[in-house]
Design a protein around this ligand. Structure first.
Ligand code: 5GP
Ligand code: ZN
Length: 116
């Protein structure tokens, strides 16, 4: 379950401090330490999955749960009416910097498109 060399496994285990906003059996949501919008929350599976490119069919359920958690986080953060963006970076060109999948929930300001 938890890999001691993975920072997000350590957040999920409570070994690294984070501002949790929501958790359940399968997922943990916490504030990004370097927020890019007034609301910037990361949602992770408790299970270590390195990247979207490493997903297997058995992970379909957990990926769905990340989106269900995101919907609740957005509503509770008050950004549902204004709108919000869900992002999952995969690999170097996308800027993935932590090798444990995480869904970004960004909201509270207008977000430009296309992304940088
Ligand atoms: P990525 O660039 O991989 O899509 O996103 C990684 C995100 O994790 C970044 O936005 C970064 O600010 C955030 N982050 C990295 N380490 C930590 C940490 O230890 N705690 C928290 N709360 N956020 C982190
Ligand atoms: Zn991990």
């Amino acid at each position: 379950l938890g890999q001691s060399n993975c920072i997000f496994c350590r957040v999920a285990a409570g070994d690294i401090e984070a501002k949790l906003v929501r958790e359940d059996e399968d997922t943990v949501a916490f504030r990004d330490m370097n927020p890019q919008a007034p609301t910037h929350v990361l949602i992770i599976p408790r299970r270590h999955i390195p990247a979207v490119s490493a997903l297997s069919a058995e992970d379909a359920d957990i990926v769905g749960k990340l989106f269900l958690a995101a919907k609740d986080v957005a509503r509770e953060a008050g950004v549902e009416a204004g709108g919000y963006r869900l992002v999952m970076n995969n690999g170097a060109d996308a800027g993935q910097s932590v090798d444990h999948i995480h869904l970004h929930v960004l909201g509270g300001r207008h977000l430009g498109w296309p992304p940088g």
